[in-house]
Structures are given as C-alpha cells and as structure tokens.
Design a protein around this ligand. Structure first.
Ligand code: WT7
Length: 682
C-alpha cells in the first residue's frame, strides 16, 4: 500500500521568550522585534495563501476562506489513502458537521507507519511510571508492532469495524496501543478514566454497547495499588453485552481470571506484527468520550477520524511551538480529552516524543514534575492549574532543586488559572523565560480553541487569559436575549460562529441532545456553555460555566449527577449541589440535603454514607467537601430551587443575594445562612 500524503515539513518559529514586567502584561523584552514571524512560521503551507503577511491576516484568512485554509492544511498534514472530495459540509443550525468527505485514511497509519518509514528508532513514548526513575521508552517501530499485534488479537476475538471497545486503563503504553489498535482495525474506542467507579464504568459500557473491555490487572498510583480488574469485574456484572475482557499486566500479584478474561500480553505474542490498516472514511467514528452535562446522564461525545486528528496535530505543534526532536510532556490522564489530543493523537501524528505520566504531582514528593523534566529533558510541559496551585504551596525549593533548562513552553488547561498561580508557573517553574499558554477548550471542541500562541514572538501574553482564537475559530459573545455583543470590554455567553474540523459531531445515540445542547441555544452558533470576557484589546478571558456543571481539580462534573446519587439515599428527600471556590481544587462540592420527615439518623453517619455513595457511584473526586442538612431549600413559588441564592451563601457573598421576592418563603434564606455558619465553625 502506498500513502500519498506529504511528509511533515519542519517548521520553526523562535520560541517566544517572555519576562515579567511591573504591570500585569508580559512582553518579550529580549526579542522586541517589530518584524513578525512570517506566516510560514505558524504554518508552512500558509506560504501559498496570497496576501497573508502575519498571524492576524492568517487568522482572518482561515475564517474568510475556511475551505481554502482547511483544505490546504489537511492535504499537507495528513496521509490520505484517497484524497477528499469536499472540505466541509456543515450547518450548525441542523447539527450537521462533516469534514473532508470522500477522503479515506487510517489514523494509526498517520500516527505510526509514516514515522516508522522515516525514523523507526525515534522514541514515540516515554512511560513515566509511578516508581520514580523507572521510565521506559518505546520507539515508533515498537509501538507500531504492539499496535498491530493487538489489532490482530482484537480481530481474532471478533472485533469488527464500527464496534466500540471500552478501555479502562491507566496512562501507559499498552493503553495507547489499545487506542491505536482500535483505530487500525476501524473500531471506535471509549476510554473511561480509571478513577471512575464500577457503576460509572458500567453505565458507560452499556451506553456505548461495548462487547469488549480492555483493562490491566492493577494500577499503581502514588505508591498505592488500584484494583482495576476487580472494578471491571464488578462493572461487567451489569453489562450482559460484554463478551471478553482483555487484561494487561502491571503488577506481580495474580488476579482472578474468568472464562471471558484474556491475558493480553501472552495472546499478543502469538499474533502477527503486521496488521493491515482499515480504510476509513473521514467521518467514521474514531472515539466516544463521556463527559458531564447539566443532566444526570453523562454524554458520549462522538469524534471522527480526519478532522479530529488534523486539529489535534495542528494545535499541538503550533500552540506549544513544538519542534521535531522535542519531548512533549502533557501530564493529563488518557481518560480525559487532554490525554487523547495532547498525550496521544496530536504528538504522535506529528511524529513527536510524548510522555505518559502515570503518577501524581506529589509522589514521592512535590518535586516529582520537575525531577521528571530534568530526567526526561522535557521541552513543553502541559498541566492543570489545580496541580500548580498545590505545588506553589509546597514552596520554590522543590522546583529549584532540578534543572529546568530544557523547558521552552508551559501550558495550562482545564480550568481558569488564577494570576498568582500563573505568575509562579512563569517566574519560578519557567525561570521567567518560557511563555505560559493558558489554553481554553473542551471535550466538545476536540482541541485548543483559544490560546496566547501561536503569535508573533514579541506579542504580549496576559496572565490568566487564553487571549487569541486559533486559526478557524471565531468566538462570539452573546447577551441574554441571544444578540451578538460586538463591542470590546464586554462579557457574554461564549459561542463559536464557524465550524472547525476538530469539533464533536454528535452525542452517541442521542443526536437530538447534541442539537439541543450546542446548536439550539444560539441558532447558527456552537454554544460552549462557558461565559467569557472580551478585553479592550479584543482578547478573551474565560469567566466560567453558565450551566450546572462544576469543575473539581480540572475534572468536569454535573451537579445533577451528584444530586441523583445523593437522592438515592432512603433518608434523603431532596438535595442541591453547588460548586464553591476552593483554593487548590478550583471548585469544591457543597451539598444541601433535606431529610425525609421522621427519619432518625445521626447527621455525621449520614454524611459518611453519602460520601461513600458518591465515591461508589461516580468517583472519589466528586465527593462532597461539605454537607449541610437543611429543613428546606429556597424555592420559587413555582417550585424551582433558587440555586443562585445557595451559590451566594456558600461563596459568602451575602450582600448581593439579589431579588428574593419570587421566593416562596424568604425566611428560608436566613435559616440556610445560619446553618452554613454553624457548619463552617465546626
Ligand atoms: C471546561 C471543559 C480543556 C480540556 C480539558 C477539560 C473549563 C477548560 C479552561 C481554561 C478556563 C477552562 C471550561 C470548559 N476550561 N480550559 N483555560 N480557562 N476554563 O475539558 O472536561 O470538557 O471541560 O473546562 O469551563 O467548558 P472538559
């Protein structure tokens, strides 16, 4: 088989050097050149776009001639088995999103084979295991071999094109090979974060209708053993469709194996190292990834082949100024979209070396990240604000102990990064010489949509601001009536006015919910669910969710999901879950509980019980920080819980409780305030 794609051209842009100055702005002082990088520095293929002089005109071009822009980029960046006929066929009003139709390709070929042809011994993965200093490297040749063996094994067990395989594994090479093996044979994958409980896993297996699950015997994280296989065993009890469970080995302790369980490594050894790649259509499903929405039921977002891969690759290379030979350290778990796009698909499509971080920021001590940076010579480090805030508290000495001179770009993702954390990240971790990119995006967007880079080397970066839309991204702010806000220095609901190749196509089994959630609130626009502020200069800053979704340590969770679990407790009449500002986690979980009449329980016992219910049904990170028992909740006369009031109480913002006249009985507010004070004084 021959692949018609053009190989990557190396592209270079001087890494923007930034240094703090007295004001909140950070400029490049050393590189204050007016002459900007040429468009080819952002995108070599841009050399062919007539009249494009700089980043701003390239961005305008990407919007005004979206077909021309994305067509050229897709031809240049991906290896196609058959070229596409049309660039896009999208109608946001109808929820129709199709890119590169007629095109045929294989994602695993784009991530592996084409690099094996040119540089088989280049390191693809560096697995930073929990045990410090025991990292393992895998070359592109080795990863392709592992992927092919696994692809053949899956096929032997009846996995076909169009099936969906659930992956419940820690961040490790076998997990990456599992994802790529699915892509190779045309099956979709559904990675479930290995911190989710058996119940949460089962719900996702059932919704995805997976007949195959891939897991490990055990995980090891922060020095502790995680019982992955046992959790899968418990989950599949309520999943009659599961035919086989593939079990990889991580620890020495034997785990119980049933008839449906297959020892993965042993069986892989029997398979051929060549596995013919499936010829996939651009719009075939690549993966499902479940995320929380504002109802109790998580939604399986659908991402497809070509557009997703192209967008992940392009953003990984240009937002972080990734250059050939760099070591890319995205410390996200593969169970989240960040792990999909920036640990796996983006870096591998670019032929990069990517780090699989399988530990915690404070194990065995708070120097773990920076020790790893020194040992692996990481050039781009991409992490979450919650970890930065935690490490900041442990002090500078844990950072300064290690050589960080390899670092060129620092990234932040998943939640707003406060100025203090940003400044520390920039000044201490990056020694004031690495640009910090605060990247805004979502599971739905597939890849980074707003980030300070790419931009001219001397362009300013403002702490805590995502700032500039990526190529092809057109942010729009809306007022409450659905009108576009055109002026600067304004806040509104953040929508994206044009489709882009990386966006999710649907919600699995529920396209109507996709349309209702993202397309109908502002017809013709993609609604993100976030609010944003546009500054005087036209830069964007994300202000937070507009719906009942909260963000705990960068993990998204719907308040309704937690309420559904709490309400299952026989003693509970009703509940309301509110997110409140937490200095490490970003947001914490605060639960108001109304008990049924005449129940005789100790509040402390019940709190414990509710905690374990949330942990068992969802995950540990979703557990309440506070549980306040109340006689009743503030409700409007029509019976709707006034969450705004609860939010103000937990944020201790009592001066702006707002209009309480629609409350059924305003006296409830004082009861709740008092209970809140008592709880905090305990
Ligand atoms: C939600 C998406 C981005 C991939 C990982 C999380 C919040 C994300 C930022 C940021 C402020 C951010 C938003 C968004 N968020 N990045 N840089 N600044 N908020 O993906 O689980 O789909 O969550 O995370 O509220 O909607 P996700």
């Amino acid at each position: 088989m021959t692949f018609s794609g053009v190989m990557w051209l190396p592209w270079r842009c001087a890494p923007g050097r930034v240094s703090a100055c007295a004001v909140r702005r950070v400029f490049t002082s050393a590189l204050r050149r007016r002459s900007s990088c040429s468009p080819a520095a952002f995108l070599p293929e841009a050399a062919g776009f007539q009249g494009v002089k700089d980043r701003a005109t390239l961005h305008e071009y990407s919007l005004s001639d979206s077909q021309g822009f994305w067509g050229a980029v897709a031809r240049h960046r991906l290896s196609w088995i058959r070229p596409f006929d049309t660039v896009q066929d999208c109608d946001l009003r109808q929820g129709r999103i199709k890119w590169f139709e007629g095109g045929k390709l294989n994602v695993s070929v784009n991530c592996l084979d084409r690099h094996v042809h040119t540089c088989p011994e280049r390191v693809a993965l560096i697995w930073e295991r929990d045990e410090r200093g025991s990292e393992v490297r895998y070359t592109y040749r080795e990863l392709l071999e592992m992927t092919c063996r696994l692809g053949n094994l899956l096929k032997r067990h009846g996995v076909k094109r169009g099936d969906c395989v659930t992956i419940y594994m820690p961040t490790c090479p076998l997990a990456v090979a599992s994802m790529l093996a699915c892509a190779r044979i045309g099956a979709a994958h559904n990675v479930v974060f290995a911190g989710f409980s058996a119940e949460a896993l089962a719900e996702r297996i059932r919704d995805a209708q997976s007949s195959i699950v891939i897991t490990m015997d055990q995980g090891v994280r922060g020095g502790k053993v995680v019982e992955l296989k046992k959790t899968v065993d418990a989950a599949v009890e309520s999943c009659p469709m599961v035919r086989q469970v593939f079990v990889g080995l991580r620890t020495d302790k034997p785990v119980a194996m049933a008839a449906r369980d297959i020892p993965m490594e042993e069986e892989m050894q029997k398979e051929d190292v060549v596995c013919e790649p499936a010829v996939m259509d651009s719009e075939d499903v690549l993966f499902l990834l479940y995320t929380s929405g504002s109802t109790g039921k998580p939604k399986g977002l659908v991402h497809t082949q070509a557009g997703y891969l192209l967008y992940a690759a392009l953003t990984q290379r240009s937002v972080f100024s990734y250059q050939d030979g760099d070591v890319f350290g995205c410390v996200a778990d593969i169970g989240w979209i960040t792990g999909h796009s920036y640990t796996v698909y983006g870096p591998l499509a670019n032929g990069g070396t990517t780090v699989l971080f399988d530990s915690t920021p404070i194990y065995p001590d708070p120097g773990r990240y920076w020790d790893m940076v020194e040992r692996l010579k990481i050039n781009q480090f991409y992490g979450a604000p919650t970890a930065i805030r935690l490490l900041l508290k442990h002090g500078d000495e844990w950072v300064n102990k290690y050589d960080r001179s390899s670092l060129k770009t620092l990234g932040s993702v998943g939640e707003p990064i406060n100025t203090e954390a940003w400044e520390w990240y920039h000044r201490v971790v990056g020694e004031g010489r690495c640009p910090v990119v605060d990247t805004w995006w979502q599971t739905e967007t597939g890849g980074i949509c707003i980030a300070p880079k790419p931009s001219e080397a001397d362009a300013e970066i403002i702490p805590g601001m995502a700032m500039r839309p990526f190529f092809g991204i057109k942010p729009v702010l809306m007022d409450t009536e659905g009108k576009t806000l055109t002026s600067n220095n304004t806040s509104g609901a953040l929508c994206l006015a044009q489709p882009w190749p990386g966006m999710a196509r649907s919600i699995h089994n529920n396209h109507q919910r996709f349309i209702e959630t993202y397309c109908l609130p502002y017809p013709g626009y993609f609604f993100t669910g976030d609010g944003a502020y546009r500054s005087e200069e036209g830069y964007y800053q994300i202000t937070g969710r507009l719906d009942d979704v909260i963000n705990v340590s960068g993990h998204r969770i719907g308040t309704a999901e937690i309420e559904d679990v709490v309400n299952q407790c026989p003693a509970v009449a009703e509940s309301a879950v509110i997110g409140y500002s937490h200095n490490i986690k970003g947001q914490g979980v605060y639960v108001f509980v109304v008990l049924k009449k005449n129940v005789d329980v100790q509040e402390a016992d019940l709190s414990k019980q509710l905690n374990s219910m949330v942990s068992k049904n969802i995950a540990k990170y979703a557990c309440p920080d506070f549980i306040q028992f109340v006689q009743r909740l503030p409700k409007t006369r029509s019976g709707k819980i006034m969450r705004r009031v609860l939010r103000k109480v937990v944020e201790r913002d009592l001066d702006s409780l707002g209009d309480l006249s629609t409350l059924d009985d305003p006296a409830v507010v004082q009861e709740i305030i008092q209970g809140h004070r008592q709880l905090l004084s305990k």
